[in-house]
Design a protein around this ligand. Structure first.
Ligand code: MN
Length: 288
């Protein structure tokens, strides 16, 4: 199943390039009063939501996916876990380019560990990326985004995929510079998730997905998730050895070689096989 969020918190069932509005099905989600849970309710209740979504879709006329303004399909991720430099060729690239490493030692992921991005940085592809420091180098990073489906606390490698609800395309937008990653990668709009959420049953094995990113038609990043240094199972197992992963938590699995700058006016096109394609416009945030 493919689920999108669009046009101010409407929800859609995506079938090919068409969408059926199934917002009515979401009324069945549990109602919460303050303090709110830190999980994503859609993901946490996916098993019961799925038949309701299918039922709601039956009586609805489809509209074109391309006609909608897509928001992040995961509305309330509790945390965004991200893998630094998790493809060998990107490690070589980062170590060889002073504009990427900025005198920071580029360590291997096994030594450096994982980092967190602010959840306030999350947008959908229809909302675009807004540059606040356009005088600095702002890079694209395409990544497979893994959405956790149930609480994962110290899970083993072999069982790790049982904890996955599904997948999206992720953009881990980044200002290059000497500061901590959490600062340079947490600007508003710097985590793009989309175009929609694909449930795990549609992607049996997340190893072997093709990734491609272009900027205004120019090919920048072409890779395959089989070349991840730490694969999806290892990332889940390792992350959950430090903290519990909750439904709706997102793991950005790292970007391959070919990172490069974007400028206001550019359009990023990101594609991952078995998921889809999303176009993301880059703009400069106007002064206050
Ligand atoms: Mn990244």
């Amino acid at each position: 199943m493919r689920i999108c969020r669009f046009d101010g918190n409407r929800f859609g069932l995506v079938q090919g390039d068409e969408v059926r509005d199934v917002t009515a099905a979401f009324a069945s989600l549990p109602q919460h009063a303050y303090p709110f849970p830190r999980t994503d309710l859609m993901i946490e209740n996916l098993a019961t939501l799925r038949p309701a979504i299918e039922a709601a879709a039956r009586d609805v006329k489809p509209v074109a996916l391309a006609s909608l303004t897509l928001q992040s399909p995961i509305a309330n991720p509790g945390k965004i876990v991200a893998a630094p430099v998790n493809y060998k060729k990107h490690l070589d690239e980062a170590r060889g380019d002073a504009e990427i490493h900025h005198q920071n030692a580029v360590g291997e992921i096994q030594r450096v560990g994982l980092f967190l991005k602010a959840t306030s940085s999350v947008v959908g592809c229809g909302e675009g990326v807004a540059m606040r420091h356009a005088d600095r180098r702002n890079d694209h990073e395409i990544e497979l985004a893994v959405v956790i489906g149930k609480a994962a606390d110290r899970v083993g490698y072999d069982e790790a995929l049982d904890y996955v609800a599904g997948y999206c395309i992720g953009l881990d937008m980044t200002i290059r510079g000497p500061e901590e990653r959490s600062l340079r990668k947490s600007l508003d709009t710097f985590t793009v998730l989309g175009p929609y959420f694909v449930t795990a049953d549609e992607i049996q094995d997340p190893a072997g997905l093709d990734l491609e990113l272009t900027v205004d038609g120019e090919k920048r990043q072409v890779a395959n998730t089989r070349d991840l240094i730490l694969d999806v199972k290892t990332l889940i197992s390792w992350a959950s050895s430090f903290y519990t992963l909750h439904p709706g938590d997102v793991i950005l699995t790292g970007t391959p070689e070919g990172v490069g700058p974007v400028l206001p006016g550019n359009t990023i096109r990101a594609t991952i096989s078995r998921i889809g394609t999303m176009d993301v416009k880059v703009r400069e945030l106007p002064p206050r």
